[in-house]
Design a protein around this ligand. Structure first.
Ligand SMILES: Cc1cc2nc3c(=O)[nH]c(=O)nc-3n(C[C@H](O)[C@H](O)[C@H](O)COP(=O)(O)OP(=O)(O)OC[C@H]3O[C@@H](n4cnc5c(N)ncnc54)[C@H](O)[C@@H]3O)c2cc1C
Length: 414
């Protein structure tokens, strides 16, 4: 069995692990830093992120506003963003030659539109800082020792380190985190976040590809409701409003095995606004067939679908709408009922909610409360954001803070 020594050992070669390693190295050049990645490839998620373009962070800079984009961990992150937030991340990459652009919706990408640009930047930085990056190294156990830690790898190798930063990403199952629970950390049950809603066999799926810019989507019987673009797919619903709902309701939806009902207000109008619009349509076009009317900017196929679901003939004239039909139409415009059975992974981005509880760490340093000298960064922690670059931002920030604080302990002893 080979035994190796290092000052700082980073477990996990993803966004958080790389950023922790290079941040530690930047703080104290000459520190021996080793980064272990269990798979053959470093930064694999960065590669596929944002549809291959890597939505590296967001345009928003106000820490308090940013907190609202994290269903879990927002409070802690907003404090850390005063020290190292999106502005600092953009500066970090730009000062290392990565040109970034902010799109109209606030998402930030490299101008190359290629995640490879981010991978190359982080890899260059790791090489420049002499970080020992080892692929195919799966850490299975951390044992505190007199001089720090002994880390057991699956292949039998043992590594001694003064400090350890765990950045092994989200674990889909609680059992995957037992090695950290054994060190006294509280583990919050992992559940998926950022998914789309399935409505198998429902006639709405025939409208796949149709979208509305400002729907209000509610989960019936709960407090969860979000407004934003909504996309109808061949399996059900997607789009920002649905992804946001899936993130904020992630834990509750897991409990009911993703069987629930959504209520869709197609334009997010109040009931009286819909009434006014219907009254206007009836008085302005009493003789026009309903299917020939462009109503409230709704896509024509969606308008015809709503009429048909209401049991109203497309050929009926607007002025002939009876009171019962009128009321039912009003219901289907302001709260269309759609049964949801199951979820589908959103291919652009998905994350795990849950993991190492934030109660188990010092929120200013990312250091374990039960195991001094051990730090955490990234998705392994019980924090996650909605789509828009917020998850990488959390990984860069917690990586930076963990790296900096791990190395500070060497500086303090000098
Ligand atoms: C398809 C997809 C697209 C995404 N797109 C975006 C986006 O555009 N913008 C955004 O903000 N977020 C995006 N995300 C979310 C983002 O990728 C994650 O939040 C982020 O990668 C978390 O970084 P991490 O370093 O904590 O974890 P990871 O990236 O998961 O890295 C952890 C690493 O640790 C390794 N590891 C695990 N266990 C061990 C072990 N025991 N020993 C050694 N190594 C280990 C893993 O193999 C992995 O490489 C996307 C996610 C997915 C799945």
């Amino acid at each position: 069995m080979k035994i190796k020594n290092t000052d700082i050992l980073v477990l996990g070669g993803g966004a958080a692990g790389f950023f922790a390693a290079v941040s530690a190295a930047n703080q104290r050049p000459g520190t021996h830093i080793t980064l272990l990645e269990k798979s053959a490839r470093f930064l694999a998620k960065v590669k596929v992120s944002g549809g291959g373009r890597c939505n590296v962070t967001c345009g928003e800079d106000d820490p308090k506003t940013l907190a609202g984009y994290y269903p879990r961990g927002g409070r802690m992150l907003s404090r850390l963003y005063f020290e190292f937030g999106p502005r600092e991340v953009k500066h970090w990459f730009e000062s290392r030659g990565v040109r970034l652009k902010t799109e109209a919706d606030g998402r930030v990408f490299p101008v190359t539109d290629s995640s490879q640009t981010i991978i190359e930047c982080l890899t260059r930085e790791a090489v420049r800082q002499n970080i020992d990056c080892i692929p195919g190294a799966d850490a299975i156990q951390i044992n505190p020792s007199e001089s720090g830690f002994e880390i057991q790898l699956r292949d039998g190798e043992l590594i001694r380190a003064s400090k350890v930063i765990v950045a092994t990403g989200g674990s889909p199952k609680k059992e995957g985190l037992i090695w950290l629970k054994n060190l006294g950390h509280e583990i919050t049950e992992p559940v998926p976040s950022l998914f789309t809603f399935n409505s198998p066999g429902h006639s709405i799926c025939k409208l796949m590809g149709v979208s509305v810019p400002q729907a209000l989507v509610k989960i019936a019987g709960t407090k969860y409701e979000y407004a934003g673009p909504l996309l109808i797919t061949h399996w059900g619903l997607s789009g920002p409003a649905v992804l946001k709902l899936s993130a904020f309701a992630a834990r509750d939806l897991a409990e009911i095995q993703y069987n629930f009902t959504v209520l869709i207000n197609w334009n997010g109008y109040s009931r009286s606004e819909w009434e006014k619009s219907l009254d206007k349509m009836m008085s302005e076009h009493p003789k026009k067939q309903l299917d020939n009317i462009s109503f409230c900017g709704l896509p024509s196929s969606l308008w015809k679908f709503i009429l048909s679901e209401t049991g109203i003939s497309n050929t009926l004239q607007a002025g002939q709408l009876g009171p019962k039909q009128y009321n039912k139409l009003l219901e289907n415009l302001s709260g269309f009922t759609l049964p949801i059975k199951g979820k589908t992974t959103f291919k652009e981005e998905f994350v795990t909610a849950g993991g190492v509880s934030l109660d188990s760490i010092n929120p200013k340093t990312m250091e374990s409360k039960t195991c001094p000298g051990l730090f955490f960064a990234g998705e392994i922690l019980d924090l996650d954001g909605i789509t828009g670059g917020y998850n990488f931002q959390a990984a860069w920030t917690t990586g930076y803070i963990a790296g900096k604080n791990a190395v500070i302990q060497f500086v303090e002893n000098e």
